[in-house]
Design a protein around this ligand. Structure first.
Ligand SMILES: [Zn+2]
Length: 414
């Protein structure tokens, strides 16, 4: 811009289903000048962005705004001291938008700032960190003595990573969510737990549930507040499911990437368990000593019942059997299961996965949950980030039934 009127680049962020375009005015005297500086905000609705195929570069070559796309003209409303913001309420859930901002001076030189791209996601399907913590606090308050909320660590940006533990602590099933930020977790897990607490108290006296539902909390927050494309890594650009102290020197080339390369979204990190989030998960598992671990994945907001088990499951028949004892009943929450052959149990390739670390350390059943092939045919649109409330409810129901079935089996184990 010919004349710099913001201290940092302005940004567009989604809050409670509306878009806020904001910036910090560049110097104290700008606060006075902003009262007269006429700014213009332009917006375009994007209809051809495809989640999981398109990423940030999609927006970089986009044509500049047309005068017909002007949605605001005037001094930018000053919210607090040097912070000024405009709220665009005329947006639709599920839509992608790009914004530009210019002012009289910059536009004389043909310059506008942007594009700033966002997706407006349904806040009932995509929960913020704040909503997640409030929901956990509500569970704790509603079921004193039955549900306990505990901090197991912190995120890269120092958000406390809370877990919730309910029921019999000697026979726990443990769940983790959002190891990868653009995948699944909280919105399925916490409602399922609430329902267990409301209607399965006897079962919970015999077996229990532990959840660390929002592991990659910082990147998840970026995602739910408007980042349009899929996010996998944490703020240090580390893949949190390649950071565990196991098979450390083994390279991995999945997805045509390289786990040893910093540029890769499967980057394992600078050293074993380097990431705060990884340490929180390890603390969660070591402290609670669960009988089985379910780690939610699958691109989009919903995962299903394909259990990606540790590589050793391919040869360790006894371990595989232990996994099946929990995963068969869990899968019955999703579909008709008549034999072991009906359960999807693909072994991973050895890598620095959570499941591999759990196998090495504890030999308890551990799986990354992904989409099941048959579900993908029917609900593949969720991988395109097009989950609706009805589909979310259906999968909450399936996971809840799976939990009830697996807890019943666990309750009967010695
Ligand atoms: Zn994943």
């Amino acid at each position: 811009m010919g004349r710099k009127s913001f201290e940092d680049p302005p940004q567009a962020v989604v809050k409670d289903g509306v878009v806020e375009i904001s910036g910090v005015l560049s110097s104290p005297h700008e606060v006075e000048e902003n009262k007269t500086l006429k700014r213009r905000i332009y917006r375009r609705t994007i209809t051809d962005f495809v989640f999981d195929e398109d990423y940030g570069e999609f927006f970089s070559g986009i044509a500049p705004p047309d005068p017909s796309e002007l949605i605001f003209e005037g001094p930018l409303p000053q919210r607090h001291l040097r912070w000024a913001a405009y709220t665009d309420r005329d947006v639709e859930i599920g839509s992608y938008y790009v914004y530009w901002i210019g002012d009289e001076d910059s536009e004389k030189n043909g310059e506008v700032y942007g594009p700033m791209a966002v997706k407006v996601r349904d806040p009932e399907i995509y929960w913020t960190y704040k909503k997640t913590v409030e929901r956990m606090e509500a569970i704790k308050a509603a079921y004193p003595g039955m549900a306990e909320m505990r901090q197991f660590g912190q995120s890269t940006r120092k958000r406390p990573l809370y877990g919730i533990v309910a029921g019999n602590p000697s026979k726990l099933l443990a769940f983790t969510g959002y190891v990868h930020a653009g995948e699944s977790g909280t919105e399925i897990l916490l409602p399922a737990l609430e329902r267990l607490l409301a209607v399965n108290r006897d079962l919970l006296s015999r077996a229990g549930i532990a959840m660390l539902p929002c592991v990659n909390a910082d990147s998840r927050e970026k995602f739910v507040t408007g980042h349009p494309s899929y996010i996998r890594v944490n703020p240090n650009h580390v893949d949190l499911n390649r950071n565990y102290p196991v098979f450390w020197d083994l390279p991995g080339y999945g997805y045509g990437l390289d786990t040893n390369a910093e540029w890769s979204v499967t980057y394992r990190g600078p050293y074993p368990a380097s990431e705060d989030e990884t340490q929180a998960v390890m603390n969660f598992i070591k402290t609670l000593k669960p009988r089985g671990v379910f780690s939610f994945h699958a691109m989009g907001s919903i995962c299903a019942d394909a259990f990606c088990v540790p590589s050793a499951a391919a040869t360790d028949r006894a371990y595989c059997q232990k996994c099946l004892e929990l995963y068969m009943p869990y899968s019955k929450g999703f579909r008709e299961i008549n034999s072991e052959a009906d359960v999807r149990l693909p072994p991973n390739k050895p890598a620095q996965y959570l499941t591999e670390w759990i196998y090495q350390e504890f030999k308890i059943p551990a799986a990354d949950l992904e989409f099941n092939g048959k579900d993908y045919e029917k609900y593949g649109y969720t991988k395109r980030d097009r989950t609706d409330r009805k589909t979310l409810d259906l999968f909450r129901e399936r996971h809840y039934q799976g939990m009830v079935n697996a807890l019943e089996v666990l309750a009967q184990q010695p």
